[in-house]
Design a protein around this ligand. Structure first.
Ligand code: NAD
Ligand code: UFG
Length: 331
């Protein structure tokens, strides 16, 4: 199958392109490098030794997309392109609504015009807001507390409406928990610009000596050691979920929603301890106040994806910490 991957040079997109190529699919990547760079393309070639096509451009630009669809016989689309920093979305809401909604609307319109109806969307566990019980199932109530989260909720709604309007659409919404780690080659991984917001890239800056210490946001939550608990998932496991999702939507049609998580929660201190132990490095930390908007704990019930997609996260926390450091220490 020929799969168009938007945002395919980004963190999750690049790992998914590798897994698509390794499983025999043809890949067309589009990206505008707003949060990535062209070196990733060479890295994907080095890892896979396979050919793929790349177009540089903005997914909000319908003319650009029409050109891509006229040149390539696309069968399915995986849509990663978008902005993802929660704090930045609070400061620049228009930029977030414009890019995340604008790219999705343009893409769906051009797909429809070209009779391409197979679509996988990158949603997020952020759509569950503050869950009242754990683990989180797909039918839990949805809410958002920031513009980034609202873009995911709105796009989910758009896709639900679209699916109802025309049964030709085959759509899977994947709600990711917390992706960390990197490809085992150490060639691709997560490289945020500026100071990382997320915990693992921050821990990596400390482990590689670029920053002095990790700031742990709160140790008075009602969790095992008082620090925040999350469902960390290896990015390669997450990438593989997309291959299963493409196969599933072609066979089953309609709109389906799946959590992609491991079902296990680890605290911030457990994550730091694992990084230290597995890589034999120092990771000093200091306890700070809670970060506004954070929830105590969040982890998935991944049983629906296990059952329906035949997908299961296979890599444990130690492998995530090893691969993250392997990538961070090579840069
Ligand atoms: P990323 O920033 O590494 O990748 C996104 C890619 O999209 C980048 O390469 C960027 O240059 C590109 N891009 C952005 N806007 C574009 C546009 N208008 N046109 C063309 N290219 C554009 O992010 P990621 O971590 O790989 O996340 C991918 C998707 O998964 C995003 O939609 C994100 O919201 C979602 N998601 C990520 C996480 C996470 O923790 N990383 C969690 C849940 C959901
Ligand atoms: N944390 C720290 N110090 C830091 C950064 C984070 O202690 O420097 C803590 C947080 O308080 C939280 C945990 O580490 O307890 C994880 O925080 P992240 O920022 O790494 O991840 P979040 O769960 O807050 O959010 C991320 C994305 C969201 C997405 C969500 C679920 O930023 O967009 O995962 O996929 F919705």
């Amino acid at each position: 199958m020929k799969v168009l991957v938007t945002g395919g040079t980004g963190y999750i997109g690049s790992h998914t392109v590798v897994e698509l190529l390794e499983s025999g699919h043809e890949v067309v990547i589009v990206d505008n490098f707003s949060n990535s760079d062209s070196s990733v393309l060479d890295k994907i070639s080095m890892i896979t030794d396979k050919e793929f096509t790349f177009y540089e451009g903005d997914v909000c630009d319908k003319k650009f997309l029409e050109d891509v669809f006229s040149k390539e016989k696309i069968n399915a689309v995986i849509h990663f392109a978008g902005y993802k920093a929660v704090g930045e979305s609070v400061e620049k809401p228009l930029m977030y609504y414009q890019n995340n909604l604008g790219s999705t609307l343009a893409l769906l319109e051009v797909m429809e015009a070209n009779n391409v109806y197979n679509f996988v969307f990158s949603s997020s566990a952020t759509v569950y807001g503050k869950p009242s019980t754990l683990p989180i199932k797909e039918d839990f109530p949805l809410s958002a507390t920031n513009p980034y989260g609202y873009t995911k909720l709105m796009i989910e709604q758009i896709l639900k409406d679209l699916s109802k309007s025309n049964d030709k659409w085959n759509i899977v919404l994947l709600r990711y928990f917390n992706p960390i780690g990197a490809h085992e080659s150490g060639l691709i991984g997560e490289q945020p610009n500026g100071i990382p917001n997320n915990i693992m890239p921050y821990i990596m800056r400390v482990a590689t000596g670029q920053y002095d210490k990790v700031h742990v946001f709160g140790n008075d939550y009602d969790t095992k050691d008082g620090t925040g608990v999350r469902d960390y998932i290896h990015v390669v496991d997450l990438a593989n979920g997309h291959i299963k999702a493409i196969e599933y939507l072609i066979e089953n049609g309609g709109l389906s929603i799946f959590n992609l998580g491991t079902g296990n929660g680890y605290s911030v201190l457990e994550l730091i301890e694992n990084v230290k132990k597995v890589n034999n490095v120092e990771v000093p930390y200091v306890i700070e106040d809670r970060r506004p908007g954070d929830i105590a704990a969040c982890y998935a019930d991944p049983s629906l994806a296990n059952e329906k997609l035949g997908w299961k996260a296979e890599r444990g926390i130690e492998e995530m910490c090893k691969d993250a450091y392997n990538f961070a220490s090579k840069k």
